[in-house]
Design a protein around this ligand. Structure first.
Ligand code: HEC
Length: 159
């Protein structure tokens, strides 16, 4: 009886431990959040993504000079602080950021991201595309698709 009790105890202790190990092993970590914005965007609200896509698709072919001018002013006023004059992620406001903004001249980054993702990040903030929430939303641009498209164009031109 005594030895039976002993082995029962071992099972009683071992089972939860094994379960825990199995659970931990099965839980694969999703990996660094700022890696592929494209993959991540699939998991985020499709409606937002559709909206951002319609923003870029509708207007990228016909960005007015007026929209370009407004985008250029907005870039200087709101974006350069963090992203830097040349979009290298080295603006004065970037020194305390973690993670730091990416270098827009990095061609690996350029090909990894769609225009729709860029538009979505600009309008709805970094967290909308799985990036840092320190990249804040610019909700006032939601009804200015032409300006958003011009900002996307600007980010693309920096490559
Ligand atoms: C407070 C600092 C800050 C400001 C201001 C800021 N950004 Fe960002 N931005 C970031 C950070 C931080 C990231 C993401 C870095 C990461 O998570 O890897 C980011 C990411 C981005 C991305 C990448 C989006 C993607 O899908 O990969 C774009 C494009 C961008 N910003 C454009 C802009 C534009 C345009 C403005 C101005 C309207 C702006 N940002 C203003 C900090 C800032």
């Amino acid at each position: 009886m005594r030895s039976d009790f002993g082995s029962t105890m071992i099972v009683a202790v071992a089972t939860p431990v094994l379960l825990l190990v199995a659970l931990t092993a099965g839980c694969s970590h999703p990996g660094p959040i700022n890696q592929p914005p494209n993959g991540i965007s699939d998991q985020i609200g499709d409606s937002q993504s559709a909206k951002a896509e319609s923003i870029t698709n509708k207007t990228s072919s016909a960005i007015t000079e007026e929209a370009r001018k407004e985008a250029s002013d907005i870039f200087k006023d709101r974006c350069v602080t963090c992203h830097g004059e040349q979009g290298r992620g080295d603006g004065p406001g970037a020194s305390n950021l973690m993670p730091k903004p990416m270098d827009f001249h990095n061609s690996n980054w350029q090909v990894s991201v769609s225009d729709a993702d860029i538009a979505k990040a600009i309008v709805h903030g970094g967290s909308a595309v799985g990036l840092s929430s320190q990249m804040q939303p610019n909700l006032d641009l939601e009804d200015k698709p032409g300006v958003v498209a011009a900002l996307v164009e600007r980010v693309r031109e920096l490559k």
